[in-house]
Design a protein around this ligand. Structure first.
Ligand code: ADP
Ligand code: MG
Length: 478
C-alpha cells in the first residue's frame, strides 16, 4: 500500500541513533578549545531533533548571532560525525533566558514563561506542532525582479490582508524562491495568527501516522484550527483516496471559515496529475501565479545582496571583484539556489585559502555548476576566439574605437554571442563595455547582411562558430 511506503520511508529517515548531546559538547570543547567552549558553547541547550534538523537553544539573541556567525559550521560538522543525516541546525532563543535578564513587568514575564514552557512541551509531544519557519527567509531579503514580482506582490498582499486571494497558488521550477515566499508569509503572519507551514510530504506522513495511531480526530482538529495553512510542494501529494479526501475537506473547511491557504508547486494546477480534479479546480479558483527563471538583472541583484549578507554573516569584508560577480550572474542561470550556492562556494574558498578568487580561479571553483548550466558558451570565450582570429587584443575589441579593423571583429563577436548563447540584447551590450542594445541589434543585422553577400565573411563566421563550439569544453578548465 502506498501509505505504508510513505511511512517506512519516513521512519528510516528519523533516527536510528539518538544524538547524545553531552558527547557533542565534549567534542566541541576538544575541537574549538575550552576558552571558546566556556564563553559561548557550554550553555547551548539541545531541544530536539527533527528529520534532518537539530533544534538548539541559547539564551540571547546576541549569543545566537555570535555562534551562528562563527561556530555553526563546525558544530554542524561535529553533529554530523554522529549522525550523517543532519544537514542543518536551528538556534532559537529561549525566552527563559531573556526573562532572567529582565526584572520589570514580572507578572507579564511569568505568563510568558509559562507559555514558553507549554510551547516547548508542545514541540516535544508531537512533531505535528513543529513549524519549520526559517527566520532568515523573509520578505525583506527577497530580491525582486521581473520574473518574481507578481508572486512577491501577491504574497505580500496576502500577509497584509488575509483572504484577499484565497487560495494563493505559486508555482515555478526548482530553486526559484517558492519556499522562501511561503516562509516569508508564515513569518509575517505568525505573530497574530495560528500558522501551519508544512510540506505536502509531511502532511501525508502525518496523515498516515495519525491513522495508525488512531489519532485522526486530533489531526483533523489541528489542521482545521489553523488560520493560515501553507503547503509547500503540493506536487508530492500522491496519496490514496482517503487522504486526498481528508485534504479536500480540510481545505474546504479552511476556506469556508476564511482561513488563508497558500500552496506552492512546481507546476500549474492543471498539470497536477496525481491530484483529484476537484482539488485542482479549487486551486485554480484562487490566484495562480508563476515564478519564472531569473533574468540577468535579477541574478546580478541577488549576487550583490547575497555578498552583502555573507559579509555581515562572516564579519569580514570579502570584496568579490566585479568581474567575478558579473561572471557568476551571467553564467549561473538555472536557479537562484544554484546562484547562491556558487557564492557560498566563493566565500568558503576565500576563507579557507585566505584569498579572494580571480576570474579563472572562479571558473575552476564553479566548474561543475558551469557545466550544469544550460549554456556552456561564454561571452568571454567568444571574445577570446574572435580576437585571436582577427589578431586584435581584447582591450581593442572592448574599446570604443571605431576603426574599421576593430569594428568588424567586434560586430562579429556580438553576432556570434547572439546566435550561440541565450543572452538578451542588454546582457550582450553589458559584456561589450556597456554598449546600448540598439548597437547590439545593429551589429547583428550588419553581419547578417554582409555575410549573405560576402562568401569570405560567411566562411570566417562558420570557422569561428566551429572553434567556439569545439572549444567550449576546454575553456572552463583553462
Ligand atoms: P524553491 O522553493 O522554489 O525551490 P527556495 O525558496 O528554496 O526555492 O529558494 C532557493 C534559495 O534561493 C533559498 O536560499 C532562497 O532563500 C533563495 N532565493 C530564492 N529567490 C530569492 C530571491 N528572490 N531573493 C533572495 N533569495 C532568494
Ligand atoms: Mg521549495
Amino acid at each position: 500500500m502506498n501509505n505504508k511506503n510513505i511511512l517506512n520511508k519516513n521512519t528510516e529517515n528519523t533516527s536510528s541513533n539518538v544524538i547524545n548531546w553531552s558527547i557533542v559538547q565534549t567534542d566541541m570543547k576538544n575541537k574549538l578549545g575550552s576558552d571558546i567552549y566556556e564563553s559561548w558553547l557550554r550553555k547551548i541547550k539541545f531541544v530536539e531533533e527533527f528529520n534532518n534538523y537539530v533544534l538548539l537553544s541559547v539564551s540571547t539573541r546576541f549569543i545566537r548571532d555570535w555562534i551562528t556567525s562563527r561556530y555553526l559550521d563546525q558544530i554542524l560538522q561535529i553533529i554530523k560525525a554522529y549522525k550523517k543525516g543532519i544537514s542543518r541546525i536551528e538556534l532559537k532563543i529561549s525566552e527563559k533566558g531573556e526573562d532572567e535578564n529582565s526584572y520589570e513587568n514580572s507578572q507579564n514575564q511569568k505568563t510568558k514563561l509559562r507559555n514558553n514552557i507549554e510551547n516547548v512541551s508542545f514541540i516535544k509531544d508531537t512533531h505535528l506542532q513543529y513549524n519549520r519557519i526559517d527566520p532568515n527567509k523573509k520578505f525583506e531579503n527577497f530580491v525582486i525582479g521581473s520574473s518574481n514580482k507578481l508572486a512577491f506582490e501577491a504574497s505580500k498582499k496576502v500577509s497584509e490582508n488575509i483572504s484577499y486571494y484565497n487560495p494563493l497558488y505559486i508555482y515555478g521550477g526548482v530553486g526559484m524562491g517558492k519556499t522562501h515566499l511561503l516562509n516569508s508569509i508564515g513569518l509575517s503572519l505568525k505573530t497574530q495568527n495560528k500558522v501551519m507551514f508544512i510540506s505536502a510530504e509531511r502532511f501525508m506522513y502525518q496523515f498516515v501516522k495519525s491513522i495508525k495511531s488512531n489519532d485522526m480526530v486530533k489531526f483533523k482538529e489541528y489542521f482545521r484550527n489553523t488560520d493560515i495553512l501553507l503547503i509547500d510542494d503540493i506536487q508530492f501529494m500522491n496519496g490514496k483516496e482517503a487522504m486526498q479526501e481528508e485534504f479536500f475537506h480540510t481545505f474546504n473547511a479552511l476556506l469556508d471559515k476564511g482561513s488563508q491557504v497558500i500552496v506552492s508547486a512546481d507546476r500549474p494546477p492543471s498539470k497536477l496529475s496525481r491530484i483529484q480534479e476537484r482539488i485542482r479546480s479549487r486551486f485554480s479558483g484562487g490566484l495562480v501565479i508563476d515564478i519564472q527563471k531569473p533574468d540577468y538583472e535579477l541574478r546580478n541583484k541577488i549576487v550583490q545582496k547575497k555578498i552583502e549578507e555573507l559579509n555581515i554573516f562572516y564579519l569580514n569584508q570579502i570584496n568579490i571583484p566585479s568581474e567575478v560577480q558579473k561572471f557568476i550572474s551571467s553564467e549561473i542561470k538555472t536557479s537562484i539556489r544554484e546562484l547562491i550556492g556558487a557564492l557560498n562556494r566563493i566565500f568558503s574558498y576565500s576563507r579557507i585559502y585566505n584569498k579572494i578568487p580571480n576570474l579563472s580561479e572562479t571558473k575552476i571553483i564553479l566548474k561543475d555548476l558551469l557545466n550544469l548550466s544550460e549554456n556552456k558558451i561564454t561571452i568571454d570565450l567568444i571574445q577570446s576566439i574572435v580576437c585571436k582570429f582577427f589578431k586584435i587584443s581584447k582591450n581593442e575589441m572592448l574599446s570604443s574605437r571605431r576603426s574599421r579593423y576593430l569594428v568588424r571583429p567586434r560586430q562579429t563577436a556580438i553576432y556570434l554571442t547572439k546566435i550561440l548563447t541565450s543572452k538578451s540584447l542588454p546582457e550582450i551590450g553589458r559584456e561589450f563595455s556597456n554598449r546600448d542594445h540598439t548597437t547590439i541589434i545593429h551589429s547583428v543585422k550588419t553581419i547578417e547582411k554582409l555575410s549573405a553577400q560576402d562568401s569570405e565573411l560567411q566562411k570566417n563566421i562558420e570557422n569561428l562558430k566551429n572553434q567556439i563550439l569545439y572549444n567550449k569544453e576546454n575553456e572552463i578548465q583553462s
